[in-house]
Design a protein around this ligand. Structure first.
Ligand code: C2E
Ligand code: MG
Ligand code: MG
Length: 604
């Protein structure tokens, strides 16, 4: 038997019209469906679209049942009500009801009333929760429930508000729970809900998750909390402008926005990024701010297997931070990159222990005299003897230490070990072996650098001139005045200074005048080019000028006999490279030095 129903299209989640499925959904339709399944009645909703046609349909007796009425609402003429469930509002019991029009057969009224008496309050709560978790429509309103606890909180809100049929208030409550206070965008809960609703196994691979990273720590330091929030709002506005209807944008953390973007391919994404970054970075100029701003992105292209939103956000966030570190606009997550990030994350966790357990080891790579090819000294190079990962070279941990502001700690640790090494040599009566030590820019440019070095060195006995400090070129481009003061103070103290990686970039002969250095180490790139005519000419000039300025010329990265020949012809002074030796643990280097430099004290 057919039963015609006119529903309330706006009484979400009690009863509402779902535009996408073009059906009525909610607690009442759910219950009516159950009733239908257990009886001989077939329920048919009048499809009034989003419009509320109940009055008209009831009046014209085109329906048997009209629903969507709270206790106290005026019922259509001649209609009889049946209570579906009770709820509390302002401490008052409130019944939610549907009405039978005069067209409804008596048997239907009796059967439906009897069915409704069997529906427990728990069953109604369950249906409300289920409805609250289901989409209103895919691109619908703000509202999400992250977990059961949130669902229960919401349920209370629903219970209180829904009986009034007050959809506006309900919507507001939903929005509050899912809105980021600063920017007005949706928050993590909002993103979670839409991710669950919109992204499925069929469409997932069409999307990319883009994490936009803003270094708010830095901004808050440079400006104020308020100015930082202004900038975040500006970013939100720009991002929103470039967010398509098919995409979902949210602010998921203090420093990050996430955009789930129907992306097509990486090329398209690149075009999309260009105006976004341009406009974000224009902020400083546009609002005449005295600080620089930046935003970078990490892109995680979704794969069929990707279901955990948290994991994807984490990866894209890491990629975005990597982009910031490497001064790139964006970085696309790849397996290799993610492995590298994970590796670094683990190393970061192990760093403190590495210092505490003295896991950083001193390695020495020999220098040989360019003419006699005899060992004359060595460069101190750090290695991390990691208990699980084995011996790690600087490229895998120095960037990490720099980021964590722990690089100076390593530099001073190495300096101490070098001093111990030099004192050890002297005790063995080796008096002519010099050791050079690398220092990062941060360490070398610090105002207390010289004092701290002296404090360490003063504890050891060896001729000061055997110790060489290497400054890299990047050191010399920043904090010029302080570096110059440090160089002069160190020279006065008696140690020597060498410019490392010389010729790799912007170092010029002019620098040699600015810093009274004792030597320059020609960068490996120059040495690699020495077999070409132009490379040879450049090196020849460099070495000549260097000698005129009375500095020693060292060549690093010498690997072949041919390079040795040419560099000898060019009158280079000292060589270092795999052609002569690899970096050795300090004790092994010590053994070799004793063997080669002090035949009077053979090993053993
Ligand atoms: P660097 O000071 O330019 O050191 C030379 C690097 O070139 C070393 O790499 C060395 O092993 C490598 N090398 C030497 N000869 C050859 C060769 O013939 N061929 C090739 N391909 N490579 C050669 P390593 O030990 O991996 O060190 C890399 C960089 O890490 C160093 O570059 C230095 O800047 C930095 N570093 C090492 N120890 C420390 C430290 O204690 N503190 C700081 N701040 N930096 C350090
Ligand atoms: Mg070096
Ligand atoms: Mg070097």
């Amino acid at each position: 038997m057919l039963v015609y129903v006119a529903g309330n299209p706006q009484a979400y989640p009690i009863e509402y019209y779902d535009a996408d499925s073009q059906t009525y959904q909610g607690v009442i339709p759910g219950l009516l469906r159950e009733f239908s399944a257990k009886s001989r009645y077939e329920i048919v909703y009048y499809q009034a679209g989003g419009a509320d046609g109940r009055e008209r349909l009831a009046k014209n007796l085109q329906v048997d049942i009209v629903s969507g009425y709270a206790q106290g609402d005026a019922l259509p003429d001649g209609a009889q009500s049946a209570t579906v469930f009770h709820t509390m509002q302002d401490g008052q019991d409130m019944a939610y009801q549907l009405c039978f029009t005069q067209a409804a057969p008596e048997s239907l009224r009796a059967d439906l009333r009897a069915f409704l008496e069997t529906v427990s309050p728990e069953r109604v709560s369950g249906l409300l929760i289920a409805e609250a978790e289901a989409p209103l429509n895919p691109k619908g309103l703000y509202w999400g429930i992250g977990g059961l606890s949130l669902a229960l909180v919401l349920l209370l809100t629903v219970m209180i508000l829904v009986v009034r049929n007050d959809r506006k208030k309900l919507k507001k409550a939903r929005q509050d729970l899912e809105t980021d206070d600063t920017t007005g965008l949706g928050n993590m809960d909002y993103l979670l809900r839409y991710h669950r609703q919109l992204i499925n196994d069929w469409n997932r691979i069409l999307y990319s998750l883009v994490y936009f990273y803003v270094d708010t720590d830095r901004l808050r330091r440079l400006s104020s909390g308020e100015e930082t929030d202004d900038f975040l709002r500006y970013c939100a506005m720009i991002l929103q402008e470039y967010t398509a209807d098919t995409d979902i944008l949210a602010r998921v953390s203090e420093r990050g926005f996430v955009l789930l973007k129907l992306s097509g391919n990486a090329q398209k994404l690149d075009e999309w990024f260009t105006p976004v970054f341009y406009r974000v970075r224009a902020y400083t100029q546009k609002y005449n701010k005295p600080f620089e701003v930046n935003m970078t992105a990490g892109v995680y292209p979704l794969e069929v297997k990707d279901r955990e939103l948290d994991e994807m956000i984490f990866s894209a966030g890491q990629a975005a931070q990597m982009a910031a570190r490497e001064h790139r606009d964006y970085v696309i997550c790849t397996d290799g990159m993610l492995e590298k990030i994970e590796e670094e994350r683990q190393l970061q966790a192990d760093m403190e222990q590495a210092f505490a357990k003295d896991e950083f080891q001193l390695y020495i790579q020999f220098y040989v005299d360019a003419h006699s090819l005899k060992i004359v000294g060595g460069e101190a190079l750090a290695r991390w003897n990691h208990p699980q990962k084995g011996l790690l070279t600087p490229s895998s941990f120095i960037p990490l230490l720099e980021r964590e502001k722990a690089i100076s700690r390593l530099d001073y640790t190495c300096l101490k070990k070098v001093c111990g090494f030099l004192e050890g040599l002297l005790k063995q009566q080796v008096e002519v072996f010099f050791v050079s030590c690398n220092f990062s820019r941060e360490t070398f440019a610090a105002a207390d650098f010289v004092d701290r070095c002296k404090e360490i060195i003063n504890d050891y006995h060896f001729p000061r001139e055997l110790l060489i400090f290497e400054i890299t070129e990047s050191v010399s481009t920043r904090s010029m005045a302080q570096i110059k003061r440090n160089v002069l103070a160190l020279k006065e103290y008696g140690v020597q200074i060498v410019l490392d990686d010389w010729g790799d970039g912007f170092t010029s002969f002019y620098d040699l005048q600015k810093y009274p250095v004792d030597g320059i180490k020609l960068d490996k790139n120059l040495v690699d080019d020495v077999m070409t005519e132009s490379g040879k000419s450049i090196l020849k000039t460099m070495i000549q000028v260097g000698h005129e300025l009375d500095v020693t010329i060292l060549a690093e990265g010498v690997e072949t006999e041919e390079q040795v020949q040419v560099l000898q012809d060019l009158d280079c002074d000292v060589f270092q490279g795999f052609r002569f030796s690899y970096p050795l643990p300090d004790w092994e280097a010590m053994d070799q030095v004793l063997e080669q430099l002090s035949p009077r004290f053979p090993k053993g």
